[in-house]
Design a binder for this molecule. Structure first.
Ligand code: CA
Length: 407
């Protein structure tokens, strides 16, 4: 096994050398791959596993891992207070009021708020408000079609007004922290971790952090995701952007530009599509978790729906109680979920709530996918010169103005 690892690592590091183009060879968004000494490898020296008899095909080097907002709610508070899961913005508001007023944590003190919220609330992550704006049909900070074959900037859409009025009311009524404008997302997330807030908008990884901390502090706590509530009651559309993480560029002087493609194909064979050899490349880290050590190599490509597929395969395996068809990466999450199901809730919380089958993050993303709800950013090219000069000023001004309206 060790020999294979060394071979693969060496192959990845030597891509410039393999392609015969030295330091100016290939590069990617993660950093240049041209680490070689400029020498050219002869045909006999090339690892036979990189020799493809069939025609070489180009493997795309981008991943679509959209930042999709979901609405994370503390299910145990909803049950305890006999509330319904909110589907509309009005219902969401009522749940927040109940969380503020009805002592959901049962400590007899007036110490809870409705929702996590911070000062960078148009940046999707955790405790932001992007999904809340989407609930009003507003799509701030991305570009949308204007109906006349042109793009318009989402932050100046009329629909933002209703979202801002809603948040301003939340602020006035103490449903969000009064000092939110001083708090970044890390500071704001303490309200979720400490069990002071029961709702936050956030991305699929939130259960790995900080929502796992809520459960560490209170084993009775439980977070679930919901599709974004909407003002009209019809389904809200979560905004997202395609994430191109890098391009592979090959110098035209390269003698063997196809080596780059071969390395990409090798990655896809071994990782993304998990052939039989996959398990041979895994190593156990300090925490006993099996990892593919070349996860961070510079030449890689992801199957666009990889994470959603992991979720689908895990749900199927859970239903059949049979994990034999799972690949190694899926098995890591599946085993984590089995630990959760046998009572190890705290350490395995993220696995269950991200990929599991009980109102997990990907349950909600599957719903968005099935109903074609993603609202993609229509601006898909590089920034214009004007954007380069002025866009950061525009986004600063938008945040300044929005924050003033809320406060
Ligand atoms: Ca309380």
């Amino acid at each position: 096994m060790k020999k294979k690892l060394v071979l693969l690592l060496a192959a990845a590091m030597a891509v410039g050398s393999l392609a015969g183009c030295g330091d100016s060879g290939s590069g990617s968004g993660d950093g240049g791959a041209g680490t070689a000494d400029g020498g050219t490898v002869t045909d006999e020296e090339v690892d036979p596993r990189f020799k493809y008899d069939e025609p070489v095909t180009l493997t795309s080097y981008f991943e679509i891992s959209p930042a999709i907002s979901a609405d994370w709610n503390q299910e145990n508070w909803i049950e305890k207070l006999n509330l319904e899961m909110p589907k509309t913005m009005d219902e969401l508001y009522d749940v927040m009021v109940a969380f503020r007023d009805q002592d959901p944590d049962g400590n007899g003190q007036d110490d809870t708020i409705g929702m996590v919220f911070h000062n960078n609330f148009l940046s999707a992550g955790l405790g932001d408000a992007v999904g809340l704006f989407n609930g009003f049909g507003a799509y701030p900070a991305i570009w949308v079609k204007d109906g006349e074959d042109k793009l318009k900037y989402g932050s100046i859409m009329e629909e933002n007004k209703a979202a801002l009025e809603y948040i301003a009311k939340m602020y006035q009524e103490g449903l969000i922290d009064q000092d939110f404008s001083f708090n970044d997302e890390v500071k704001a997330s303490e309200a979720a971790a400490s069990g002071r807030a029961g709702i936050q908008y956030g991305l699929m990884w939130n259960a790995n952090w900080p929502l796992n901390a809520t459960v560490q502090n209170d084993p009775e706590a439980d977070w679930v995701t919901l599709p974004l509530p909407s003002a009209t009651g019809s389904e809200a559309r979560p905004q997202t952007s395609p994430r191109i993480t890098g391009y592979v560029v090959v110098n035209k002087k390269c003698e063997h530009p196809e080596a780059v493609v071969r390395l990409l194909n090798f990655w896809v064979d071994k990782y993304a599509y998990s052939g039989d050899e996959y398990n041979d490349y895994l190593v156990e880290d300090a925490n006993g978790v099996l990892n593919f050590p070349l996860h961070w190599v510079m030449l890689k490509a992801w199957f666009p729906l990889k994470n959603l597929t992991i979720h689908q395969h895990i749900v199927e395996a859970l239903e059949k109680n049979d994990a034999s068809s799972l690949n190694a990466e899926e098995l890591v999450s599946y085993n984590d979920i089995q630990k959760y199901l046998s009572g190890d809730i705290v350490t395995s919380y993220g696995g269950m709530k991200t990929f599991g089958n009980d109102m997990s993050a990907f349950d909600t993303i599957q719903h968005y996918y099935d109903d074609t709800l993603f609202l993609m950013n229509e601006f898909t090219t590089g920034p214009t010169p004007t954007m380069g000069q002025k866009m950061s000023t525009v986004t600063d001004k938008v945040m300044e103005y929005y924050t003033k309206v809320i406060m």
